[in-house]
Design a protein around this ligand. Structure first.
Ligand SMILES: [Zn+2]
Length: 491
């Protein structure tokens, strides 16, 4: 490949909205561009192929068969199973250009998960397993300001999405001594804020009681959902606690009918006929304020367990930075990143099944983020679109240019190589070579050429070697770990 033929050319003006240094370099180098869609140009295609070809080979060696699907669907595969003797079955497919789908049917072990792990660990240095459900995990790479938000424990690295109800260890909740319940007059104090201002207490000393209806096509049930007054209910968590039933806040009239009080005065004490779902934090609360189920009244010194029972204790509040980790109790921190893979295990028609998706567009993004410096990309030689760039410094020196071209032609037969044939200053050529991240630069300068040497630069280590010009090919083969016999091709 000639540098002058590379399309699109490298670019130093960036559009807004690109995430992280890696994405900026991908864009600048012309590997991909965004506009109406995401386009991978030829450098990007080579990079993509270098990764996915190796992945396909690995999958095939592990018994996965390739299928082609317009849209991913494991159901269409499972329904073709006619006998248990056909199991286990493993397939993979590409859909939507960038995404790789893996399916396993009738296999007890988590083979798809292990394979995704193995594949990604080959390329990506730091990944986080983000628990989405007990049998559903996303793999993410942390990049500041990237769109995927999740929580990570700073101590044990347990990570989870905001909508997953956390499973806390049981606790005996020691607390202050219970005081007797009292009913207090709280005229028109319907909101937590008004109530706290009126009583002179912090929201942490109140319980927020909201009436929800949970329904399926066949049935509808009402629940009182309790969270500390300082927190909000996460309806996605509530939905998973109720095993996927749709949930919706009850209307004003429904609340009045079910609690006997107008909206804003509902509370868990003596709440007849409604099951109580309480957030895990509520069980620890002592001597707190709740609605009295009576207009303009609240109860003070309410204690869970003594004054009302909890039917379902679960994590139903919106996760916040600083909440405790369900595994070790340390603080959870919010993180931003990109999702590079997803895995899910489930049972379908009595068959163990697993699906996994690798998002290769995001894998490329993560790779660029983890393989770059202030000058540009630094591709590992195994995945680099082109491994070598030959840079003739003085394009007016005919002898030097001819030599550069013959070296390029020889190299290109065994290793994907680029020659920078442009009439540009050495500065521009170096800048582009660094931006594009070629693992090896072969620099032919007039002075060294005169002496019969060339300069080899190893981009990753920023190391320079001066090599006898006749030994250049042998040296780059050695640097790229290619067998020496490949270097002895007939030119
Ligand atoms: Zn932890």
């Amino acid at each position: 490949m000639k540098m002058s033929e590379l399309f699109p050319s490298s670019l130093f003006n960036l559009p807004a909205g690109l995430t992280g240094r890696g994405e900026k370099y991908l864009y600048q180098s012309g590997i991909f561009r965004t506009g109406n869609t995401v386009t991978l140009f030829s450098l990007g295609v080579e990079l993509f192929k270098n990764i996915t070809d190796a992945v396909e080979e690995y999958l095939k060696s592990n018994g996965f068969k390739k299928i082609i699907q317009k849209d991913p669907s494991y159901q269409d595969i499972i329904k073709e199973v006619t006998s248990p003797k056909q199991l286990p079955l493993f397939f993979y497919s590409f859909s939507g250009g960038f995404h790789f789908y893996l399916y396993s049917i009738g296999e007890k072990s988590s083979k798809v998960k292990d394979i995704i792990d193995y594949i990604l660990k080959k390329y990506i240095r730091e990944m986080v397993d983000v628990v989405q459900e007990s049998e559903k995990i996303s793999k993410a790479v942390i990049i500041p300001q990237a769109p995927f938000k999740f929580f990570t424990c700073s101590f044990c690295r347990y990570s989870t999405t905001a909508d997953y109800p956390l499973k806390y260890l049981p606790d005996n909740y020691p607390g202050e001594k219970g005081k007797p319940v009292e009913k207090v007059f709280t005229p028109s104090k319907k909101t937590i804020k008004d109530l706290c201002d009126f009583l002179g207490i912090p929201p942490e000393k109140t319980i927020k009681t909201l009436i929800y209806k949970a329904y399926t096509e066949k049935e509808k049930n009402y629940f009182a959902v309790l969270v500390p007054g300082s927190r909000n209910i996460d309806e996605r968590k509530l939905k998973s606690v109720l095993k996927g039933k749709e949930v919706e806040l009850a209307g004003i009239e429904e609340v009045e009918r079910l609690t006997g009080a107008p909206h804003g005065f509902a509370g868990p004490v003596d709440l007849k006929g409604l099951k109580i779902i309480a957030d895990i934090e509520v069980a620890k609360m002592r001597n707190v304020v709740t609605g009295a189920n009576e207009r303009d009244y609240h109860l003070i010194n309410v204690n869970p367990g003594r004054d009302f029972y909890i039917d379902i204790l679960a994590d139903v509040k919106e996760t916040q930075e600083g909440d405790s980790c369900p595994l070790c109790g340390n603080k959870l921190n919010i993180r931003e990143g990109i999702k590079i893979a997803e895995w899910e295990k489930f049972c379908y028609k009595n068959m163990e099944a697993e699906t996994g998706t690798i998002y290769f567009d995001n894998v490329i993004l993560a790779l660029s983020e983890q393989n770059c410096d202030e000058k540009g990309l630094k591709w590992p030689s195994t995945i680099a679109p082109y491994k070598i760039v030959v840079i003739p410094i003085n394009v007016k020196d005919e002898k030097l240019v001819n030599y550069a071209f013959s070296l390029y032609t020889k190299l290109n037969k065994i290793i994907p190589t680029v020659i920078d044939d442009r009439i540009q200053s050495p500065g521009v050529k170096f800048k582009d070579a660094e931006l594009l991240g070629f693992p090896i630069f072969i620099i032919l300068g007039p002075k060294s050429f005169e002496k019969g040497t060339a300069e080899i630069k190893i981009r990753k280590r920023d190391e320079k070697l001066e090599i006898d010009i006749v030994k250049v090919i042998e040296k780059v083969c050695e640097l790229l770990n290619l067998p020496t016999k490949d270097c002895c091709v007939e030119f």
